[in-house]
Design a protein around this ligand. Structure first.
Ligand SMILES: Nc1ncnc2c1ncn2[C@@H]1O[C@H](COP(=O)(O)OP(=O)(O)OP(=O)(O)O)[C@@H](O)[C@H]1O
Length: 322
């Protein structure tokens, strides 16, 4: 049985006459221990979905069960089995780091002694040792994020939701946070669902990427499969301007070829193909056979942005930059 079972979940916000269909029928099963990234442009409905799964928002229709408990009928039981680290910081500015962790334990009904033991465990797990006596308001963005995660898992949830855990952080702090998320996962076996705008991050870290656009799931698979099936490799061959059309015609004949474009201003032909590593040598041999000189050749693997582009005709990069 899946740890998270979502069926046709929707959320419509209405205010006076205005109506926003933020989530329009999302279905999703997540198995125990999976790390799933929800990826999509601004306003796609990722946070709204997360907020419904964490019982912070009531769904308009559809259902969601977490650890066997329904968000609508058993929100208390759902809350006990999940941790949620939202986009805003929950910790008080004036509290000291260790105090904050102990207070959080007490809020979850953990006894005083056990809250202290748990706080010390988390200080170790999230590398907060040097910060225990610092006031929360003085922490850097990355340190603050590590504290947020520690606060989110005080009660040992089996499912952890992270809403844009690394947004706004520099690359080094992002890598450091990911290391901690990885360690946490290995040591607790928790199921982790997160949202991110960083395509490279979803690609490298999540074993499963759920692409959301306009409130629905438009793709759901491993990053590698999404890239292979939806985007394909890119081969770029350089040649004299007069030879480009001939190279394009030649490339179209191969069964691996999915699309060909002449980039005249760059003196290139771009070929989108399956298994470019095998295709490239054959293209070059064929060009030689036809007496056409290929002056340069590059192969690149697609990115998740290419996947999004092929699904929607739009780029996610503009959104990520925004
Ligand atoms: N409380 C609300 N009232 C009205 N509309 C809302 C509310 N919360 C979210 N929305 C709208 O719902 C849509 C989905 O928003 P949501 O925050 O879920 O997107 P997102 O994919 O998380 O975006 P981002 O990546 O920018 O965080 C947006 O159009 C947003 O403006």
């Amino acid at each position: 049985m899946a740890t998270i079972e979502v069926r046709e979940l929707t959320k419509t916000f209405t205010q006076g006459k205005s109506r926003v269909d933020a989530v329009r029928g999302i279905s999703l099963d997540v198995a125990g221990g999976e790390l799933v990234a929800l990826l999509g442009p601004n306003g796609a409905g990722k946070s709204t979905t997360l907020r419904m799964l964490t019982t912070l928002l009531r769904p308009t229709s559809g259902s969601a069960r977490l650890g066997g408990h329904d968000v609508a009928t058993a929100p208390e039981l759902v809350r006990r089995s999940i941790g949620y680290v939202g986009q805003g910081n929950g910790a008080g500015h004036n509290q000291r780091v260790r105090e904050e962790l102990i207070t959080q334990g007490r809020c979850f009904g953990i006894g005083k002694r056990n809250s202290i033991t748990r706080a010390d465990e988390l200080v170790g797990a999230l590398d907060l040792g040097e910060l225990v006596d610092r006031r929360v308001g003085t922490l850097s963005g990355g340190q603050r994020r590590r504290l947020d995660i520690a606060l989110g898992i005080v009660h040992r949830p089996s499912i952890l939701f992270l809403d844009e855990p690394t947004t706004g952080m520099d690359p080094q702090s992002r890598a450091n946070l990911w290391e901690h998320i990885g360690m946490l996962r290995r040591s607790t076996g928790a199921t982790i669902v997160l949202t991110t705008h960083y395509l490279d991050e979803a690609d490298a870290m999540a074993e499963r990427v759920v692409v959301i656009d306009h409130g629905t799931v438009i793709a759901d698979d491993s990053a590698a499969t999404l890239k292979d099936t939806l985007a394909g490799d890119r081969v770029r061959l350089g040649a004299a301007a007069t030879d480009l059309a001939q190279i394009a015609g030649m490339a179209e004949v191969f069964t691996e070829t999915r699309g060909v474009e002449v980039l005249g201003d760059q003196g290139l032909v771009e070929i989108v193909a399956t298994g470019a590593g095998h295709l490239l040598p054959r293209l070059i041999v064929e060009a030689q056979r036809r007496g056409v000189e290929v002056t340069s050749a590059t192969v690149s693997r697609p990115t998740l942005d290419d996947v999004f582009l092929s699904l929607t005709g739009r780029s996610l990069r503009e959104h990520a930059a925004a």
